[in-house]
Design a protein around this ligand. Structure first.
Ligand code: ATP
Ligand code: MG
Length: 201
């Protein structure tokens, strides 16, 4: 199974300085006192993978993600998060033809064992800010990362991340809604949307 095996933070929310958090395959439980930064780990993953908007990361503005102690009036500051995926078990789906790669698409190679995504947010003295993303150390766009995320079945609108409140929502779904969710998890929804796109052309 594809899984995240390490998250690295630099000056992200409560993580001042540099912190590497290893994650195991399967089930990982994070415990600690209230306010110690458990949920901030998830926020970091959402931030790095650009899933923030769709999955409700807890920050009013992106610069709120920079560790407070690093934000000084009139000075630039930044935060960095990287997410390392173990993709040893990943292989392109054999049962469907691959998507056509656009010229500037990035793609995983067969036999590649890890995929590392990073995002840096830089806040300028004037208050403007900008993000830069990398894939395996090379600068790229969020769209390029999203393309690879789709390949490893991480859908920004999907259920890879289950937030607080989602469980209640799933329990109270009607049959049709639950079926849509299962289609999404099974990867069928992607083909439905492509069929729709084809019909509307
Ligand atoms: P709970 O058990 O209550 O869910 P938690 O372990 O999930 O707690 P988080 O919500 O991850 O805790 O962390 C909250 C802490 O992060 C707060 O103490 C808050 O002050 C701190 N925090 C959030 N943003 C920043 C920031 N930009 N700089 C420094 N600290 C921050
Ligand atoms: Mg929490």
């Amino acid at each position: 199974m594809v899984y995240i095996n390490q998250v690295e933070f630099e000056n992200f929310k409560s993580f001042g300085g540099s912190v590497k958090i290893p994650l195991e395959e399967g089930f990982t439980v994070v415990t600690g006192p209230n306010g110690s930064g458990k949920s901030n780990i998830l926020d970091g993953i959402l931030f790095c993978l650009g899933l923030a908007n769709s999955r409700g990361m807890r920050a009013e503005r992106l610069p709120d993600l920079i560790n407070n102690s690093k934000v000084k009036e009139g000075k630039a500051s930044e935060t960095f998060v990287s997410v390392k995926f173990n993709i040893e078990d990943w292989s392109p789906r054999e049962d469907v033809p691959p998507l056509d790669l656009e010229e500037d698409d990035i793609a995983l190679n067969r036999g590649q064992k890890e995929w590392i995504v990073s995002r840096k947010l830089r806040l300028m003295p004037g208050g403007s800010y900008a993000s830069t993303y990398t894939s395996d150390g090379r600068q790229c766009t969020l769209q390029q990362i999203q393309r690879v995320l789709r390949d490893i079945s991480v859908d920004p609108e999907g259920s890879n991340v289950v937030m607080q409140g989602d469980v209640t929502r799933i329990v109270s779904m009607n049959n049709k809604e639950r079926r849509t969710l299962i289609d999404e998890l099974a990867g069928v929804a992607l083909f439905d949307s492509r069929i729709e796109q084809t019909h509307s052309k």
